[in-house]
Design a binder for this molecule. Structure first.
Ligand code: MRU
Length: 340
């Protein structure tokens, strides 16, 4: 897959994921406010991709304000950070990326113009780091996959959800590169259909066998022996649970009941091990996403309300292993390795 986001000639260039798979369209932004909006309306989505978009948004803000005196520059950049952070509340990477930029900006004694140059370099570095991290997740994750395996995944934690290569789809890509035959079953992932629209798109683009199922089918397919492993991505890992796209918890329950390993691919930028379940805000999006199909056809009687929680909580007891760029860990091992 082509990168989902890039820094090109002091512009942020991204694939518009709202129109896939019908159209491969690119958006370009020079204003951080537009990048913030693109995160909110999900032109770009997926925790690591949101993180890189946020970093690039911060870089745009430094360009906008680089002619101001240092104190005013810092004030304006702080304002931009708030606008960017205020887009989606659940994915850790967004906050991780903005804070990394703020820390960098505050550590630099130079004038705003020089700071801006260094912040741009940092944003580009973060995009490259994301790809490297995903490749490592792929290398470690490929060790759990056997020739002939069928892997179920939920939502899109692939190339489109990152800069490139993906997190949950990285072990699959890596195993296939090693010559193993792997196929994928993708939950359609109502209401935004990231599985049907995006996971199917990018795997098909890369000639990786994929079939799409309705979200309610995975339990039956597990029982029928048609799924060997589950690998999903995550938006935030706390000391007790994994937060991911709504529906992940039900997949994990079904996997447990059918003795199917349930793995979570998590770059360390997604770890939030100073928090517990209670600390996390689960995003609630506009109810029209559930009441309609892709905002087009209303499928619920007028006057009936819809609830639209975007993420759910999978407790550690349902997780077989968490794949980071450093290796594969049980939840207990993960806490031992990364919790400060
Ligand atoms: O609402 P989205 O599409 O941003 O949700 C994305 C997910 O839930 C992904 O599984 C998660 O961000 C991990 S992406 C590598």
């Amino acid at each position: 897959m082509i990168p989902s986001i890039e820094w090109v000639d002091n512009k942020v260039k991204m694939i518009d994921q709202t129109v896939l798979p019908f159209e491969l369209k690119f958006l370009e932004f020079t204003d951080y406010r537009d990048v913030a909006r693109s995160i909110k309306v999900m032109n770009i989505r997926g925790a690591p991709a949101i993180g890189v978009a946020a970093a690039m948004g911060m870089a745009l803000a430094t360009i906008e304000y680089k002619e101001l005196p240092k104190a005013q520059f810092l004030e304006k950049v702080k304002e931009a950070a708030e606008v960017i952070k205020n887009t989606r509340p659940t994915a850790s990477n967004l906050f991780w990326a903005v804070n990394r930029m703020l820390n960098l900006i505050h550590s630099l004694p130079d004038n705003p113009e020089e700071i801006s140059e260094l912040v741009i370099e940092e944003a580009k570095l973060m995009a490259q780091e994301d790809i490297n991290v995903n490749k490592s997740i792929g290398k470690h994750g490929a060790t759990i996959l056997e020739d002939g395996d069928t892997v179920l995944t939920h939502c899109n934690a692939g190339s489109l959800a990152t800069v490139q290569y993906g997190t949950a789809l990285a072990p699959i890509r890596s195993a296939i590169e090693q010559g193993k035959k792997i196929s994928v079953i993708a939950d359609e992932t109502r209401p935004r259909l990231q599985g049907a629209r995006l996971t199917a798109y990018e795997l098909h683009y890369d000639n990786i066998p994929v079939k799409v199922i309705s979200d309610t089918s995975s339990g039956l397919l597990m029982r029928l022996g048609k799924i060997d492993k589950v690998i999903v991505g995550t938006d935030r890992v706390t000391t007790d649970a994994v937060f991911n796209k709504i529906g992940t918890y039900l997949v994990a329950l079904a996997a447990k009941d059918n003795n199917i390993p349930f793995y979570v691919a998590a770059p360390t930028s997604t770890l939030s091990l100073h928090e517990t379940i209670e600390d996390v805000t689960i995003e609630q999006r506009d109810s029209s996403e559930v009441c309609t199909v892709l905002g087009k056809v209303r499928i619920v009687p007028e006057g009936v309300e819809c609830l639209n929680y975007a993420f759910d909580i999978t407790p550690f007891r349902l997780v077989t292993g968490i794949i980071t760029e450093d290796g594969i860990f049980t939840p207990e091992e993960l806490l031992k390795k990364y919790k400060i």
